[in-house]
Design a binder for this molecule. Structure first.
Ligand code: SF4
Length: 149
């Protein structure tokens, strides 16, 4: 079984209230091969919500308590992002997932590249909080950008 970002399946869980539909990812769900999850909603955040970025590091530093999730208005949602990551891991373990396809660049789901915390579109190397936690637990993580290309 594969864990996939719910927004890639056309579910309107994105911060804006929209989605990031990928027909290839949705097909996996329709075939019974993948399960959609949204870590930010699982962490208790509302939709729509103010967009967040990681300040002071990447998902790794967030899990180590050395960086935080801030939103454009200065609010801190670190606790919700960490909770969402662990709830996603719980689902992954429950279904025996060995792989995840997650939304590129998200502070939760991004893998390899994320925004740098300045809300300017700049990117840095690193993973979102959920992607980092899944990787730490031996789950292979990729993004829809890799799948689409
Ligand atoms: Fe999509 Fe992940 Fe953001 Fe949820 S947390 S909207 S699944 S990128």
């Amino acid at each position: 079984m594969i864990i996939v970002s719910a927004c890639l399946c056309g579910i309107n869980c994105k911060y804006s209230g929209g989605n990031n539909l990928s027909q290839k990812v949705l097909k996996l769900v329709k075939e019974g091969k993948a399960i959609p999850v949204c870590p930010e909603q699982l962490g208790g955040l509302a939709t729509p919500r103010v967009p967040h970025e990681i300040e002071g590091g990447t998902g790794k530093e967030v899990l180590e308590g050395r960086a935080k999730l801030i939103n454009e208005k200065g609010g801190d949602s670190t606790e919700e992002f960490i909770k969402g990551a662990y709830e996603t891991l719980k689902i992954a373990k429950a279904v025996g997932a060995k792989k995840a396809i997650l939304k590129a660049k998200s502070p939760s789901c991004g893998c390899g590249t994320i925004y740098d915390g300045t809300f300017t579109g700049n990117k840095i190397k690193g993973n979102g909080v959920t992607a980092e936690l899944l990787l730490k637990n031996g789950i292979e993580v990729t993004t829809e950008e890799v799948i689409e290309n």
